[in-house]
Design a binder for this molecule. Sequence first.
Ligand code: PLP
Length: 385
Amino acid sequence: MTVSRKMSGYLNRASWIRKMFEQGAALKSIHGSEHVFDFSLGNPDIPPPEEVLDAMSSLGRTMHHGYMPNAGYPDVRKNVASHASKLYGVDFSPKNIIMSCGAGGGLNVVLKAIIDPGDEVIVLSPYFVEYGFYVENHGGVLVDAPCDDTFLPSGETIARAITERTRAIILNTPNNPSGRVYHGGVLEEISHVLRRHPEILVISDEPYRSIVYDGVEVPSIPAIFPNSVVVTSASKELSLAGERIGYIALSPRGPHRELLVDAMILATRILGFVNAPALMQQVFSRCLSCGVDVSIYQRRRDLFTSILDEAGLGYAKPEGTFYLFARSPIEDDIAFCSALANERILAVPGKGFGRGGYVRFAYCVDESVISGAAQGLKKVAAELS
Ligand code: PLP
């Protein structure tokens, strides 16, 4: 018994990630995890809001835990539709809301619903590393329309990436790994290009929407793009990454809405999710307006950027998320990560996000971990510069 050729190829492609985790685990076993400065994972460390914890403990005993319609509980979809309508300034009907197993589950449901083998999906590097796998899960092909050096996309680059096979474009703002927020001007430029291609679905992957700093506003994608779908989750905004809850909100203004919703509901079922977790649907539905204390992340961003400044490492200042995408002092970002690991600092090479020459630091860790890494960061930067 062996694994498929496809999975074997994936394992090779992802081997540097595995190597990094193995290296991290080895360092922790030698030095103790408190002496390793681990910025490798986007796993929120702030506890979920009290309202969420209260709802989790009170609902568990009183609710029914069986199957429900594949799209989710009707009352939950109604609450989400009303919340999303206010948030995005677009009227979402409950029938256009599908509860999902996180944003990752939601993205796979949307992609399964729209992709035939060979169809293309545009992504804007640097992008979330899993997009490649998600698109290929359904026989699709990833096409990169790279962002500029400040990690903002351009209409012109996207126009060049469009072909007859383009089915969708994934936007992710606030962005993992850059922390950038695509402002209205950039989105208008993209919208101008897509007006000539109304069949291309804009998939807005936005699990970090409320994690923004300095009062930055995140424009409403459904208000700008008629043919769009929002995919989001409680993973980051409510620190519930392990609970696998999120939703898909299909804009009412695009073509073939009913067919698309039916396809997504069927995809939820046949991908084996069946439905989003029952308890978490009910909890999420009661806590849609809650959020973690974003000022904690903002303080960490300020601390981290001041350390990078002292180390002389370049970066685009994150406006949101809890990631920093810093320029590697040498071209080989994997070698830079190895040098950092020698100082017990774990980061992810930019190569994995489709942008070599950079590394990603996830600062969803205590401030003491960030300040603890300062000396090692400065040492490596000085040695390699
Ligand atoms: N999209 C982006 C940009 C992410 O960074 C992540 C997780 O890190 C996901 C999707 C998946 O999130 P979820 O845990 O909700 O599946």
